[in-house]
Design a protein around this ligand. Structure first.
Ligand code: MD3
Ligand code: FE
Length: 210
């Protein structure tokens, strides 16, 4: 479904089998080289979601190869199979094979929502490109809020996201405010590979060299 210009929701895009494989890969990245943790914000806050990155390390508000804000380790490389998954996602969401083929993500942010974790309304502006963001959800259902490009308040659209759902945000929605105001606890199907909580992967193109 088209949520807004450039914003496409494809329910159930990820098969349970692929979702479980993705969960297993994320379990590996969560242990290191840079462990999954609550990101500390420069003004002293701590994010309620836990995050681990692949390809580049996101520290608010820039991308580095070394996690100087966590443990000083070099971030895990971005695997070719994950870039392939991103190309398939863009091609399917936009029904545009050329757009899919032209998509070369080099970073994944992996967010884990446990207990009361939420994500406030924000824009993703740390990438130096306008290429789409691909989002894959696994585990508990949640409310995803897609706002506008001007303010972090109304008007916005709330969408229920379920395990396996794909979202692609490009074009006029790439710099829209968005957030996750609510996760519905204990709604994950064990078949998803997650016993509890919600996992979200976003694939992006940083525009940074090599
Ligand atoms: C709309 N993650 O990591 S994914 C984030 O579910 C983030 O963990 C949320 O927002 C999550 O930055 C939402 C969907 C998403 C991601 C990027 C977007 C929506 C977006 C960029 C522009 C507009
Ligand atoms: Fe975001």
């Amino acid at each position: 479904a088209l949520l807004a210009p450039g914003a496409v929701h494809v329910p159930g895009w990820l098969s349970p089998q692929r979702g479980r494989a993705l969960v297993e890969a994320c379990r590996g990245w969560a242990t290191g080289p840079v462990p999954m943790r609550h990101t500390r914000l420069p003004r002293g806050g701590v994010m309620s979601v836990q995050t681990v990155c692949v390809g580049w390390h996101w520290q608010p508000y820039r991308y580095t190869r070394i996690a100087t804000d966590v443990n000083g380790a070099r971030v895990a490389p971005f695997p070719d199979w994950l870039a392939d998954l991103g190309r398939a996602a863009v091609a399917d969401a936009y029904e545009d094979e050329a757009a899919g083929a032209a998509y070369h993500p080099d970073v994944a942010l992996i967010n884990f929502y446990e207990g009361p974790a939420t994500m406030g309304m924000h824009q993703d502006k740390d990438e130096r490109t306008t290429d789409p963001v691909v989002s894959l959800s696994i585990g508990d259902r949640c409310v995803f809020r897609l706002g506008n490009t001007q303010t972090r308040t109304k008007p916005y659209t709330d969408v229920e996201l379920d395990s396996g759902d794909l979202l692609v945000f490009g074009g006029g929605s790439r710099f829209a405010y968005h957030g996750v105001p609510k996760v519905h606890p204990h709604t994950a199907d064990p078949e998803s590979g997650l016993a509890r909580g919600r996992l979200n992967l976003t694939l992006r193109v940083t525009g940074l060299p090599g």
